[in-house]
Structures are given as structure tokens and as C-alpha cells.
Design a binder for this molecule. Structure first.
Ligand SMILES: [Zn+2]
Length: 270
């Protein structure tokens, strides 16, 4: 055999050997650094505003007898799922370590759920009852919403709103003064904030990762969005107005399942 051919075969063999002996570590979903623009809005101010809006929502619900008590079976179920997911939050945002997470259930037919900046989670009974969500599907929704908070999508949105709506002069004043009420006047209510398609995509994938690490089958992402899609045939529910359920969404989830299935397989199951 000619020496060059032998050398190239050996070289190929070594490469192949390396590829088999040292597979790329499966790290789940990898995301880049969060958008730098978000730092125009101080996280502490945003979290304070979110906590205040969340408190208001709870008070309004309680006044209508629509805030689930701690003993409500569906609330216990939600909190158990959160207890499994939240230990993995820091992976996507180290600051989440000091967040004061809350999970509440609001009695309302709306198909809705959210996690506000700083870890304030709420589900509406409508999303659980109408879609008859399994624990896995709840974990996917919760993972998605928690991912928005961890990746600070609201903070980024508000920072961008500042620039477009108010202008550089006011922005300068806000940075100098550290007074961020303006961010919320410009950004509107945190509960009705609409994210970009990119942010939605990122929340889907980070959500799958969190659910898988918590021991929930990430393939439930597919069944969840099929249910959402079917529900959107009638009047569009609240969550769907900000979360269009399309085949592209399901296709993207399916495409990334190989990255998260090993996490699910390795995780302790509920
Ligand atoms: Zn979303």
C-alpha cells in the first residue's frame, strides 16, 4: 500500500476514533449572552414594578374570590411542578438565585399563564381546564414562561420601547436619575407585553430544557402546541394572542428534541 494512502487512512481512523471516544457533551439548549440593550432598564426597578403589579393582580383576584387558596389541589400541583423546575433556573440566569419565586392560580376562563420578571408565576384555571393539561404539558408552559423571565425578555422589550418611544434625551435622564417609572409608561402593562418571534422561539427551547432537566418529557411540547392550535380555532384565547400556535413552532420543537431528550432520560422522574 502506498504510504500516503496509509497515512490518510490512519488519519481518518484517528479522527473517527476521536469522534467516537469523545462525543460532544450534551449540554441541552445553548443560548448566547442576553441582549446588552436590556441593561438600560435596571433589573431591580423592573422586578419591583413586577412585584407590585403581581400583588395588585392577587388582590383583585382575592376580592372576587378568584385567588386559589394554598390548599387548592390544582395550585398544589402547579407548585410541585415549579419545585422541580426552579432549581434549574440559575443555569440561564445566575441572578435567579435571589429571586422570590411565587406561584399562584387565578380562577378565570382565560387560557393564560405568565411569569413576570423576578419570578412571579401565575396560571389561570382556563388553561388547565380547557386544554386538560397533563403535568408534562404544564411543565412545558411553565418552563416557557420562566424562560422569558430568566432571559429577561421583558427588560429587553422595555429598553427597546424606551429608545423608540421616548428618545435618547429621556433615556439619558433615566440612566442618570435611575428613575424607571418611565419604562412602564412606555412599555405598558407587564401582563400584556408581547415578545418578538425570536424571544418566543428562545423561550420555547429554554422551556423544553428546563422541563427535561426537571424530569418532564419534553415531547409534551408537541402535544401542548397541538392543543393550543386546536383551541385557537374558536375565539383566540389571551395566551394565544401573544403565542401564535403554528406548525413552524411544533417543527422547531421537534427539531431540538434530540438536544433535550438525553437530559430527560438522565433526570429523576416526578
Ligand atoms: Zn412566550
Amino acid at each position: 500500500m502506498n504510504k500516503r494512502l496509509l497515512a490518510s487512512m490512519l488519519g481518518f481512523g484517528l479522527l473517527l476514533g476521536n469522534a467516537i471516544a469523545d462525543p460532544a457533551p450534551n449540554d441541552g439548549i445553548n443560548v448566547g449572552a442576553p441582549s446588552a440593550i436590556r441593561t438600560l432598564v435596571p433589573a431591580a426597578e423592573l422586578e419591583k414594578a413586577a412585584a407590585s403589579q403581581y400583588g395588585e393582580l392577587k388582590r383583585t383576584a382575592a376580592a372576587k374570590n378568584a385567588l386559589a387558596p394554598d390548599t387548592h389541589p390544582q395550585l398544589i400541583r402547579l407548585r410541585n411542578i415549579a419545585r422541580r423546575i426552579l432549581p434549574h433556573a440559575e443555569r440561564f440566569n445566575p441572578a435567579a438565585r435571589r429571586w422570590r419565586w411565587e406561584v399562584n392560580l387565578i380562577g378565570s376562563p382565560q387560557i393564560n399563564a405568565f411569569c413576570m420578571p423576578g419570578g412571579k408565576i401565575a396560571f389561570y384555571t382556563g388553561i388547565l381546564d380547557t386544554l386538560k393539561l397533563s403535568d408534562e404539558e404544564i411543565a412545558i408552559v411553565m418552563g416557557h414562561e420562566v424562560a422569558h423571565a430568566l432571559r429577561e425578555h421583558a427588560r429587553e422589550r422595555l429598553a427597546k420601547n424606551q429608545i423608540t418611544n421616548i428618545g435618547a434625551a429621556v433615556l439619558g435622564e433615566l440612566i442618570g436619575g435611575g428613575r424607571y417609572a418611565g419604562a412602564f409608561r412606555a412599555g405598558g402593562n407587564l401582563l400584556t407585553l408581547k415578545f418578538s418571534r425570536d424571544d418566543e422561539s428562545e423561550a420555547d427551547l429554554v422551556g423544553l430544557d428546563l422541563a427535561a432537566r426537571a424530569g418532564y418529557d419534553p415531547r409534551a411540547g408537541v402535544s401542548l402546541w397541538r392543543k393550543m392550535s386546536a383551541a385557537s380555532k374558536g375565539a383566540p384565547p389571551a395566551w394565544l394572542s401573544t403565542h401564535p400556535a403554528g406548525n413552524d413552532r411544533i417543527a422547531e420543537i421537534e427539531q431540538h428534541l434530540p438536544e433535550v431528550m438525553p437530559l430527560y432520560e438522565a433526570a429523576a422522574k416526578p
